[in-house]
Design a protein. Structure first.
Length: 309
């Protein structure tokens, strides 16, 4: 899978000038609108070395707000900083919103807790997510208690605050607000999970909705309702190699290209961004785009790690 796309400036003013099939992201080091969506990882559980685990950063006024923390999240943030997104300096990462507790979306959570602290972060991490997040956090801290002891009481003289986490187990509605952004969460339908969330970010200049992992649901349509950017997971509709059991799983937990086309028609986003694409094995980008464009004529981008919109 390619690591990036042609670097171009992407602002809402330019979106109408680009065709759906060739929609290209801005490079992270390009001039951008006040609010930027930076893709830190598009991967699935497939061990693809070219894609980190699912993670997205909403960057507003040099502050970063992460959604999910799949494997590789901290190093991908460092790569984005190197490309010009100063808000993603590792020690600046202080807020994360978790869609659900599947391992591929949370294996980077210990990394997000400890690595920025080791590098000098003093503020606790603010972590928002579903029921069970507090237990997960407590067990992580317990698992690394020897490391914490050595780093704080040993020669590193580490601070005693930057590894701590303030956990917020959330319910649908507005869950976060500061000078940059208002964050609203909504429930989605992710198979047998008791809670899985999508998120909407409203800033002074943009509205961004992330589906998280979900089967088709009107909740995404209602949350977007003409939003500027909709990031949605997707798998390809056509794959004769799938077994009946695997197809049953996909239909319960995820959204196909044809289903997503219908969601996008109803939701009317300014830009539809496909992320966390395909399940079980790598899927050709051209096939997913072709299937989406068969039924949806709006603007579409196929996300790659370190793309920015």
């Amino acid at each position: 899978m390619p690591k990036g796309s042609l670097a171009v400036l992407l602002t809402l003013a330019l979106i109408p000038l680009v065709t759906a099939a060739t929609q290209a992201p801005a490079a992270p080091n390009s001039p951008a609108s006040k609010t930027q969506v930076v893709i830190l990882g598009t991967g699935t559980p497939v061990a693809d070395p070219d894609t980190s685990g699912p993670a997205v950063a909403i960057v507003v006024n040099d502050a970063a707000y992460l959604v999910d923390c799949g494997p590789g999240v901290v190093r991908r943030a460092a790569a984005a900083e190197r490309k010009g997104v100063s808000a993603l300096k590792v020690t600046n990462i202080k807020v994360v919103f978790i869609t659900h507790l599947h391992s591929d979306h949370t294996l980077g959570y210990p990394d997000l807790i400890f690595s920025p602290w080791v590098l000098g972060r003093k503020e606790p991490l603010e972590s928002y997510g579903p029921r069970g997040l507090q237990d997960m956090t407590d067990y992580i801290e317990k698992a690394w208690e020897k490391d914490i002891d050595v780093r704080t009481n040993g020669l590193e003289h580490g601070n005693r605050t930057g590894y701590k986490v303030h956990v917020h187990e959330i319910q649908p509605g507005i869950i976060f607000k500061d000078a940059n952004v208002t964050v609203t969460t909504f429930l989605v339908a992710h198979g047998s999970w008791d809670q899985a969330f999508g998120y909407r970010f409203d800033t002074a200049d943009r509205s961004v909705v992330l589906s998280g992992d979900t089967a088709p649901t009107d909740a995404v349509v209602k949350a977007c309702h003409g939003c500027d950017v909709l990031l949605h997971e997707v798998y390809n509709e056509v794959d004769p190699s799938r077994s009946a059991d695997w197809l049953k799983y996909l239909r319960a937990f995820h959204t196909s290209t044809f289903q997503l086309a219908k969601i996008a028609i109803d939701a009317k986003p300014g830009l539809l961004v496909l992320y966390h694409q395909g399940y079980g094995h790598p899927t050709p980008e051209a096939q997913i785009l072709r299937e989406i464009n068969e039924r949806y004529s709006g603007k579409v981008a196929y996300a790659h790690d370190l793309d920015a919109y």
